[in-house]
Design a protein around this ligand. Structure first.
Ligand SMILES: Cc1cc2nc3c(=O)[nH]c(=O)nc-3n(C[C@H](O)[C@H](O)[C@H](O)COP(=O)(O)O)c2cc1C
Length: 265
């Protein structure tokens, strides 16, 4: 694929929520996608990430239940679980006499960044090969159960599952915050409350339509109020933001995470 084609694959990409069950992914393509994952950038090249290809039907069933029975998952031929994995680093560090402190927030933050970069590499590789994909994040809300399912070691946390397959029909691209809202120059810029609300309503409406709903104005207002990451996850995240603020002022360069993310709202 030419570079220009790769760029249009990125710009045209949309998550699949309807897979063509009759079409599979060849082992050759799967290997290319997983190799793209390995080639992603990584802080210190530590690569704190492990990817588990799920083939066992019983395991799939258990994950399906944890992911709120989102039906389209079952039609996807390829399931890949993405783990933030500091286990290898810890072991290697200890074996070589290191006493690296894994309790801080920095390994977690860099680990999530690393895992996300390699996850996106797989998303792009799948697009470049003419397939489609969707990420489902629900497993993050059940860390203990997922740990048991995959027999994960200490310091290894499953973050998401990537589903790859063929679209039944070309998915519509989603609404995004506009370029002028999301891209700042030199310093953070707040948009007006009016603009903020307009965009928020547009984004939420688009997401509701994506799931096949025909929402009324009232539905949209309710969804605008309620759209979040789920209580358990939000509380977890709030804790992380607070820790980040305490521990990593220099890292954040004076920007308060809670302000940027809206965690305190
Ligand atoms: C971490 C993460 C978790 C997600 N979880 C779900 C999910 O549980 N169900 C779903 O239908 N889509 C899920 N998605 C896909 C998003 O809904 C999708 O990316 C978003 O609507 C934007 O659409 P687009 O990918 O087509 O641009 C998730 C995406 C990410 C990055």
């Amino acid at each position: 694929m030419a570079k220009a084609d790769l760029l249009s694959a990125i710009l045209e990409r949309a998550s699949l929520i309807s897979f063509d069950e009759s079409k599979s992914i060849s082992e050759e393509d799967l290997k290319k996608i997983l190799t793209a994952e390995i080639r992603a950038p990584s802080a210190g090249n530590i690569q704190p990430r492990t990817f588990i290809v799920v083939k066992d039907e019983e395991v799939k069933e258990r994950l399906y239940e944890l992911c709120e029975n989102q039906k389209f998952m079952k039609a996807a031929p390829v399931w890949i679980t993405i783990c933030l994995d500091l286990h290898r680093h810890l072991k290697a560090s200890k074996l070589t006499g290191g006493d690296y402190d894994f309790t801080g927030i920095l390994p977690y933050t860099f680990g999530v960044l690393d895992a996300a970069l390699s996850l996106e590499n797989m998303v792009i590789a799948a697009e470049a090969l003419g397939h489609g994909s969707v990420i489902i994040g629900s497993i993050i809300e059940h860390p203990q159960k997922v740990k048991e399912i995959f027999n994960l070691p200490e310091h290894c946390l499953a973050l998401s599952i990537l589903y790859i397959g063929h679209p039944k029909k070309k998915p519509k691209r989603s609404e995004k915050w506009s370029y002028k809202v999301i891209v700042c120059e030199n310093s953070y810029r707040n948009i007006s409350l009016k603009e903020l609300l307009e965009y928020w309503r547009k984004l939420v409406l688009n997401s509701l339509k994506r799931s096949g709903e025909k929402p009324t104005r009232k539905d949209v207002e309710k969804a605008c109020r309620e759209r979040s990451y789920g209580i358990a996850y939000s509380n977890h995240y709030r804790g992380i933001c607070e820790k980040l603020e305490q521990e990593s002022d220099a890292l954040l360069d004076g920007v308060r995470v809670a302000e940027v993310t809206g965690c305190e709202v």
